[in-house]
Design a protein around this ligand. Structure first.
Ligand code: RNT
Ligand code: ZN
Length: 417
């Protein structure tokens, strides 16, 4: 498509949306100002730079597509390339195992902000903000239970790790002048039956209380619930009920990962309930196939409904958006672009909903009109608005990014053997 055609299509779309009370320029401006946090772990299949211990703790990558980033420089240059193809604001979300350890083994109860100084410098140089995660998996002390472990030695190791991670996040937040969002997800659970559910959950709550006690003004903690981990199918200490209660009573941000629900559950329905009781939401936008398989995010009903619920609740300022998937079976750079663009498209669709008119119909009891406009809204020329958003921000429009990713593969990632 030529620039002329994109502009023409946009001006027709703009009028079409205006006729139902929607301001497309405003929707684009909101989309441009809403950050999406890119998870560094798609670049290297969640390996990190701590050791070669491999992945454990209930999560797993599958696939062996060539070109995985093998070191810190490769992760950074991959993320820079990804950024160059995306409109809007991106953040970068790091896990503790991605520290700049310079080849030395730094155990998790010894880590501090100095190992992330080069990340902070890099982030500043490319103008992005960082988010952070403590890492409970892939370590000799991971086992089945970390923060919920009845063994005081193991438990205090992980408490110390998580406290240190909060301080690292705070240092990042200070350096970037923008709070760093730190996610705490622990895999704690059991493969088979247990008669100690309450005990483990009490232990987890007590550990979290201790971890969150330190006031740190430049970071925000969020807690991620889960249905189950691989190899830990019978019991999950940090279940949805656990974290809903915990976050509501402690006034802590709740992390909603769209992969962490039963396949038939409507995840978007949780948004409006959670927003009544927790201060903010962190979204891990993912795609589960039969289980928490972490497939690349696409524009599907689940993702669309999630963003519609956020916008309908007027809660975009209370939601932080991050991606969370790790597909090792296709070009990893392409996976980032597909997932980010899908997330942008779903948010844009939500922002373009003729909400005022729909509400008017619903409030007047005009059920037919409500359903009719909702149906018609699905086929409005939304693609023309999204194309214009990309053109305006000087990044590839439509499928053009495929060629850019192929070129990077040819010249960079295919050379990694
Ligand atoms: C695991 C959680 C968690 C991880 C990352 C790597 O089920 O979704 O967010 O994917 O921390
Ligand atoms: Zn997640």
């Amino acid at each position: 498509m030529t620039e002329q055609q994109i502009l023409q299509s946009y001006s027709i779309a703009k009028e079409r949306y205006a006729a139902i009370g929607v301001d497309t320029d405003k929707a684009i401006a909101t989309l441009e100002q809403t950050p999406i946090s890119l998870h560094c772990w798609q670049a290297d299949d969640v390996m990190g730079f701590e050791s070669n211990a491999g992945l454990s703790g209930g999560i797993q990558t599958t696939g062996n597509y060539p070109g995985r980033a093998r070191n810190i420089d490769e992760v950074r240059s991959d993320l820079e390339f990804v950024n160059s193809l995306l409109a809007g604001i991106q953040r970068v979300n790091l896990h503790e195992i991605y520290g700049d350890f310079q080849g030395r083994f730094v155990d998790r109860d010894r880590v501090d902000a100095s190992y992330f100084q080069s990340w902070m410098d890099w982030a500043k140089s490319i103008g992005v903000s960082l988010d952070f995660n403590s890492t409970s998996f892939g370590h000799s002390k991971s086992g089945n239970l970390s923060l919920a472990n009845p063994d005081p030695e193991i438990r205090s190791f992980w408490i110390e790790h998580t406290k240190r991670c909060r301080r690292i996040a705070d240092a990042m937040g200070k350096a970037q002048g923008d709070p760093c969002i730190m996610n705490i997800w622990v895999h704690d659970g059991l493969k088979d039956l247990t008669v100690n559910r309450k005990r483990y959950r009490e232990q987890l709550a007590a550990s979290l209380d201790e971890i969150l006690a330190e006031p740190l003004p430049d970071m925000k903690s969020c807690l991620e619930a889960k249905l189950f981990g691989i190899g830990l199918e019978s019991f999950t200490a940090g279940s949805h009920d656990f974290y809903t209660g915990y976050c509501a009573t402690r006034k802590v941000m709740y992390t909603l990962d769209t992969g962490h629900y039963e396949p038939t559950e409507n995840v978007s329905d949780f948004v409006s309930s959670l927003l009544l009781y927790v201060p903010e939401l962190m979204l891990h936008v993912s795609r589960p196939i039969r289980w928490d398989s972490d497939h690349v995010t696409i524009m599907n009903d689940q993702t669309l409904d999630l963003f519609k619920e956020i916008v309908r609740a007027d809660a975009l300022h209370r939601a932080h958006i991050g991606l969370d998937y790790f597909d090792a079976s296709i070009n990893r750079i392409g996976a980032y672009i597909i997932g980010t663009r899908a997330t942008q498209k779903c948010l844009l669709q939500a922002l373009l909903e003729p909400l005022a008119k729909l509400r008017e119909y619903e409030n007047n009891g005009q059920g037919f009109e409500l359903l009719a406009l909702m149906e018609e809204a699905k086929t409005l020329p939304f693609g023309a608005v999204y194309d214009y958003f990309n053109l305006k921000n000087n990044v590839p429009v439509g499928e053009d990014f495929i060629a850019n990713v192929q070129e990077y593969e040819k010249t960079v990632t295919s050379k990694r053997i």
